[in-house]
Design a protein around this ligand. Sequence first.
Ligand SMILES: Nc1ncnc2c1ncn2[C@@H]1O[C@H](COP(=O)(O)OP(=O)(O)OP(=O)(O)O)[C@@H](O)[C@H]1O
Length: 267
Amino acid sequence: MSERSAPIIQLTDIGKSYGNISALRGVSMTVRSGEVTCVLGDNGAGKSTLISIIAGLREHSTGTYAVDGEAVTFGSPREALDRGISAVYQTLALVPLLPIWRNFFLGSELTIGRGPFRRLDIASMWEITDRELRRMGIHVADLDQPVGTLSGGQRQVVAIARAIHFGARVLILDEPTAALGVAQSGLVLRYIAQAAREHGTGVIFITHNPHHAYMVGDHFIILARGEVELDAARDGLTLENLMFHMAGGAGLNALQHELNRPQPQGA
Ligand SMILES: Nc1ncnc2c1ncn2[C@@H]1O[C@H](COP(=O)(O)OP(=O)(O)OP(=O)(O)O)[C@@H](O)[C@H]1O
């Protein structure tokens, strides 16, 4: 087995409260280069809160967030981005009517010339977008077509490819397959695996879907009511086991036990 890389992100005993609502308690997790860490959990489990802390949208209340071994508290997503931590949300931050290549460089446009002669370097942006998408196995008929004409899966992949091109070492993917059908989910899952294996990106894959998680995950964290219900590496974890824990783990066993109990007289 190959040597594991040093953690890029290490969360230790993270807690987060909103006033007197406790959204996260004692959450620890490690993100390494080249690995996919899946974060699973039901509605309200704390997934959004966790990724918003990692991505610099919110500050944690307790515990330690370390990047490359150094404790951090990010005041904004920009600060997280500067450390190579990039989030791709379901909304994707793409402008549907703009061409694919414009979307790829949105907010980071290349220019040529100076002062009043400064203008967009369309040729370079077009070429780089073309090269990057091909490299990732995405074939689009025409980069000038509006990004909104791509399929949902292709749009996800364009947004992920863009984050990697602009230096993401850690990619946070927020439910990237939630709204997609089978073929489109397959495209995105293949690309998630490729980002980790071929680019060495550390991927945090947030999902409701244990099947999707199990297809690409190296490590699994299940959150339940703000706490870690399961923290397991892929070795020795079956899909059935993952689904059992998703469904409530020990709580489910207790429920089964209750159901099987003889009904008390007069109940
Ligand atoms: N801004 C907020 N103010 C108060 N409570 C909040 C806030 N954001 C989240 N919460 C609460 O924190 C808990 C965790 O919510 P969170 O959105 O992180 O869960 P989630 O797993 O992402 O759920 P979902 O899948 O529905 O998005 C919930 O009880 C939620 O009501």
